[in-house]
Design a protein around this ligand. Structure first.
Ligand code: HEM
Length: 177
């Protein structure tokens, strides 16, 4: 007897490799950054995969930043830093841009410099590393949520999850240096 098809069933989707190849990694081979990427095994293939994941992150970017600033705003010390220097509305915009850039797959000198400057901004406002690290985990939680509820194949979900952890770890390395 044939098993009747669930009309809502979708074939798991393979999140493959973007065939549109450009130079995603433009970092001098003798730089620390290059060695840092090598240490966590963040490869050019990974960068290519990031470009495939990006549209899904983009669709849920509001959810990521809303979750982020809800969490920050519930901690009085952090809420006070935010209100002293900026507004949640403004920071939601800058964080959205920042996260989508992470998924652009491009890592070059400009990408690194921008992050170092953002680290300086947070140093100036007196943000302690423990909050910075926690904040990154908050973003990672949201990203993993998005990946897990996708209709991708098991292998794609596993790959994307590990890759997101690497990406957040790399961001943390740059800003806490
Ligand atoms: C500014 C990202 C964590 C408070 C910014 C900017 C970015 C950013 C892109 C704009 C910088 C600029 O171009 O001027 C991030 C990321 C974080 C993080 C990726 C960690 C995952 C935090 C946390 C706080 C915070 C935990 C808690 C208070 C602020 C404030 C500014 C700012 C107040 C504005 C500073 C100013 O304009 O004087 N952040 N942020 N950030 N961030 Fe964060």
């Amino acid at each position: 007897r044939r098993i009747s098809k669930n009309p809502n069933y979708e074939e798991p989707k393979w999140i493959g490799v973007n065939s549109q190849q450009e130079n995603l990694l433009e970092i001098s081979r003798d730089s620390d950054v290059y060695a840092q990427l090598k240490l966590i095994h963040l490869t050019e293939e990974d960068l290519n995969l990031l470009t495939c994941i990006k549209p899904y992150i983009e669709k849920s970017i509001e959810e990521i930043v809303d979750t982020f600033y809800d969490a920050l705003s519930s901690i009085p010390q952090l809420k006070s830093i935010i209100n002293q220097h900026s507004t949640v509305e403004r920071l939601k915009k800058t964080l959205s841009v920042h996260i989508l850039e992470m998924f652009s797959g491009k890592i070059n000198e400009e990408f690194i410099q921008k992050r170092m400057r953002i680290a300086q901004v947070h140093l100036k406002i007196g943000l302690l590393p423990k909050w910075y690290i926690g904040a990154f985990q908050n973003i990672l939680n949201s990203i993993i949520n998005i990946i897990n509820r996708s209709n991708w194949s098991k292998e794609s979900i596993e790959k994307a999850t590990v890759l997101s952890i690497k990406l957040i770890n790399f961001e943390t390395q740059i800003v806490l240096e």
